[in-house]
Design a protein around this ligand. Sequence first.
Ligand code: FAD
Length: 653
Amino acid sequence: AKRVPPLQSFLLRFSRTASHLARHKYDVIVVGGGHAGTEAAAAAARVGAETLLVTQKIHTIGALSCNPSLGGVGKGHLVKEVDALDGLCGRAGDWAGIHFSILNRRKGPAVWGPRAQLDRELYRQFIQSELLSTPRLTVLEGSVEELLLTEPDPEEPGHHRVTGIRLANGSQPVSASSVVLTTGTFLSGSLFMGQTTSPGGRIGDAPSSAGLSHTLRERLGLRVGRLRTGTPPRIVKDSVDFSLASLHAPDKQPTPFSFLNTHTRCKPEEQLPCYLTHTTPGVEKVVRESLHLNCHIQQDTKGPRYCPSIESRVLRFPGRRHQVWLEPEGLTSDLLYPQGLSMTMPPDVQLCLIREIPPLHRAEIHTPGYGVQYDFVCPTQLSPALQVKSTQGLFLAGQINGTTGYEEAAAQGLWAGVNAGRWALSMPPVALSRTESYIGVLIDDLVSRGVTEPYRMFTSRAEFRTSLRPDNADLRLTLKGFEEVGCVSSLRYQEAVRVRDSLQDALAALQSLVLPTSSWKKILGDVGISETKNSILNGMDLLQYNNVSFEMLASAFPERFSPHLEFSQRLEIEAIYRPHCDLQRKEMERIQREESLSLPPDMDYLSLPVSLSQEVREILDRVRPSTVSLSTKELNLVFSQSNQQHQGRHLHH
Ligand code: FAD
């Protein structure tokens, strides 16, 4: 069990004065201690870079701004992959989880969604404690006012290099070879409740200073858009009538997120329940009658389609009952989080609304819900290493890139931190392919397609999802993370090698056990094996039958299989998907070949001596794809847009 040091010791150890820092040059400075920033800072330090994390308030490092939960369908894959690359959030989830469940169990294991409800305090303490014990990492409390940049190269107008940051308190600048910006919802952030608007990144926190937005927009000329999100009111637990809601029990046996953990801190019997209830027609009535009092919802800034406010849900789907989950905020917390009730009307209207929901008919609000609107940087201006293409050494990660969610932020943070560290240490950038990870899918979608609304991960976004499973993230990423990237500890690497070797031995043993179906029937009994004349099956074929488990094979052939019992579930999953993965291998290899053909950043597309239409040339000139794979996708996009816009007109290339 990990002992988390008290917050006080964290503060004492980490608060440094800005004057001390000014004398020092860091390899990497990470701005923002949210989900992206903490992973970025830890990853940069792991690759060997001397790193400084600057954040507005040290005690909010690792804060869960909205729902106290981690993982879910698609998002759980990201948590497993961040963990496989030695990131923090998976282990933090195992430490802070108070209700674990695997979502989507009715579907195949490739799309299962590991999820946990969290204790906010435990999560925050774990992340802070991890940063405390990360070598080469210093944390400073402060607000970054400005990025320091070199003047653009006259040969390459518009191209800068970042050299450090300046803090808002007017202290000396702090130098660094690279900077990772992870300012979340804070960039020109405005908070909305009813008809009131105030500047802020999150309730109780000021927005990022205007200087930072100015640098990005004016000095670097980056295209910036505006998005919105919101959070529900927090409800006093004792005021809820749970007898009117349906109980949602956790899994009997919690499944840890981390490949390093065999169990979670919370014992199975100590887990807390969640509850499900629904909206009523009264909720819709309150929303409709209060629209004129709700300026957030009246604006046309895009909000999260997949985590919408109750106002958006009611207006888009009138007459429907909408799910509301009543979820605990922590082991000892007196509050409940009503998932599905994000709202921005005035506080008195919020109270009327929640009381239209049966279990909440006498509920009290502890903190009202609110909305936030913020600037994001259009992510097509980034390379696959998450570096701003026009500014050397500047990396962006998290909500600033137009995503929503802790997991999406953590995944980008880790990868931006790795690349910022490598840049500072003069190592080449590394990329993750969409054929090998959900992190690769996320980054590729962002940098090649951009976003028009807050981007959230889904399993449907991954073409190769039968290969990119939560169960095998360690085999896909830990070995690469150690051998090629340098962000994985040797301890974790050795464990992944042990797992890989054991699985290979077990798979070879399964494949080499070949028997006629009649013999299998005699050994295993009636397990639904269909018999055709002279048919033979090996152990892997057998595991594709629903009624055959690895444990059955191990009890029939103990000498061969019982040494591998610890991997029963992984072997069964591998057996189900292996034939399909083998079929997909050619397509994956084709995409990997295209991804490895990089295009020079200064390519002159406008006068390229090949047959390309002017329109395609202009798009390529604007997007400046980093690989042939991106340019192929970009061209497809051009075709589809062009077909919509100019019917009958064809592009030639
Ligand atoms: P954050 O976690 O926001 O962290 C940003 C950090 O940067 C903060 O610590 C801040 O103090 C620091 N910072 C900012 N500017 C500076 C500066 N100039 N100098 C120093 N430090 C700075 N996600 C969902 O998936 N579903 C939801 O429904 C949802 N609702 C949300 C509602 C609200 C009101 C908010 C605020 C967020 C919501 N989120 C939701 C988003 C979720 O919190 C984010 O996706 C996630 O936290 C993003 O992580 P991040 O690291 O990019 O930014």
